[in-house]
Design a protein around this ligand. Structure first.
Ligand code: URA
Length: 433
């Protein structure tokens, strides 16, 4: 078999066999296939799309390119959740403890933020002492003991995807439904959970700009999961507007704690309840309505919050910060941003607001950048709100005042206004099962 012939075959629109895909993934991972040839094949995939059979095979090959986590010793149904990435998306910090309080075992590997989107691991690291790197044994032990563990992604998880993703990033081949679906699902399969709930974001701040594209991606991922004997559901949720009001690592942990204590913004709560209910329904094999009731209970009786505290304690974090969120170190400087006009807010562009918070130090422009956990934004007004010129629409937080001007300019450009109240759009568009 020659990689040259495989590239030519896909370029000409023919379907690759499982053996050809395996030859490509294994050869590329071992360094036997050159980046130039892998890039050419990725572009052929991008231009011609992947068939269902190609997508499934590529996913399995990437999943098996490294460690496949064996969670069988946990002795109960395990569940995982994944978000395709957004701004203000702190749902894992709420959903994972809630479902763990309901008896679902959550063994979760999460990512760091990159670009305008945040990552759960960075958020958790804003809690003093919290360890996101545990040994495999510690990870499984904790899940057995308290039903919940969230750590950073192990370097041995789907290394083929890691290498291919980096090449896709350099060759304008990221935005292909088949490649995104196999990339995400390879990591989820390797992480070992039997039930997987996917939060597929759509809108200005997401990879998938339209609900139609988000649905195509959701369908592919659900089909891959089923093909690999996992129970999978995908929720398509809005990412035109940031989720909740707080953006930035410590600020997002604080907002997650508010939701777990029965407070917090309504949009965030709605998405968290829907995700948690779908996980509970799939894992515990109960009807969705019953799962929703149980989730609401875990929010109002504080059992979800208690579970988060147990996890933080077990991973070396300072639980007192959760009990009194005023103990999170605050940024030295705050700038209040005022509206330059009156009217209804018709749009709050999530991507621009995410980038504005990166400029304050809350995110990374490159993988090597260090983040400032106390930096970020609190939005006081979002889409649908009515404002007068001069009203405070947001507060920016940073440890260096010189970062404010550029960030404020970008934040103001994220707001659009109209004379009439904009139609309220759903926050959850669809569920694909
Ligand atoms: N997230 C992933 O893990 N992979 C992709 O291809 C896109 C988003």
């Amino acid at each position: 078999m020659r990689i040259y012939d495989i590239i030519a075959k896909k370029r000409d629109g023919f379907e690759l066999t499982d053996k050809e895909i395996a030859f490509f993934v294994r050869g590329f991972t071992k360094g036997e296939i050159k980046d130039s040839q892998a890039a050419a094949l990725l572009m052929a995939f991008y231009l011609n799309g992947l068939t269902d059979s190609e997508t499934l095979c590529l996913t399995n090959e990437m999943a098996h390119s490294g460690d496949m986590l064996d969670l069988s010793s946990i002795g109960a149904v395990t569940a995982d959740k994944h978000s395709t990435g957004g701004v203000g998306d702190k749902t894992t910090l709420v959903v994972a403890p809630i479902v763990a309080a309901l008896g679902v075992k959550i063994a979760k590997m999460s990512g760091r933020g990159l670009g305008h989107t945040g990552g759960t691991v960075d958020k958790l690291e804003s809690i003093e002492g919290f360890r996101t790197e545990l040994s495999g044994e510690e990870f499984i032990d904790q899940v057995k003991r308290i039903g919940l563990c969230v750590v950073g992604q192990s370097t041995d998880l789907a290394p083929a995807d890691k290498k291919l993703y980096a090449l896709r990033d350099e060759t304008a081949t990221v935005g292909c439904v088949g490649l995104i679906a196999s990339s995400i699902m390879s990591k989820k399969l390797a992480s070992g959970a039997q039930c997987i709930v996917l939060d597929v974001k759509t809108g200005s701040g997401a990879f998938m700009k339209t609900v139609e594209d988000a649905e195509k991606l959701s369908r592919k991922m659900v089909d891959i999961g089923k093909g690999c004997k996992r129970k999978v559901a995908a929720l398509i949720t809005d990412m035109n507007t940031p989720l909740g009001n707080n953006i930035g690592n410590a600020l997002e942990v604080i907002e997650a704690v508010e939701v777990l204590n029965g407070k917090g913004p309504e949009d965030l709560r709605e998405v968290c309840v829907a995700l948690a209910a779908n996980i509970a329904s799939l894992s515990l094999d109960i009807p969705l309505e019953k799962a929703e009731e149980a989730v609401s209970c875990a929010l109002s009786d504080g059992s979800g919050f208690k579970k988060l505290c147990e996890m933080v304690e077990s991973q070396g974090g300072n639980v007192r910060q959760l009990l009194d969120t005023g103990l999170f170190p605050a940024a030295k400087f705050c700038r209040k941003v005022v509206s330059e006009q009156s009217g209804f807010i018709s749009f709050t562009d999530a991507e621009k607001i995410g980038s504005s918070s990166v400029l304050l130090g809350a995110g990374r422009k490159t993988k090597e950048d260090r983040i400032d956990h106390s930096a970020g934004i609190i939005l006081h007004k979002k889409t649908g709100d009515c404002v007068e010129k001069g009203d405070i629409i947001a507060e920016l937080f940073a440890n260096n005042e010189s970062l404010f001007d550029e960030s404020e300019k970008l934040l103001l450009s994220a707001y659009s206004f109209s004379h009439n109240k904009p139609e309220k759009k759903p926050i959850i568009y669809k569920t694909v099962r």
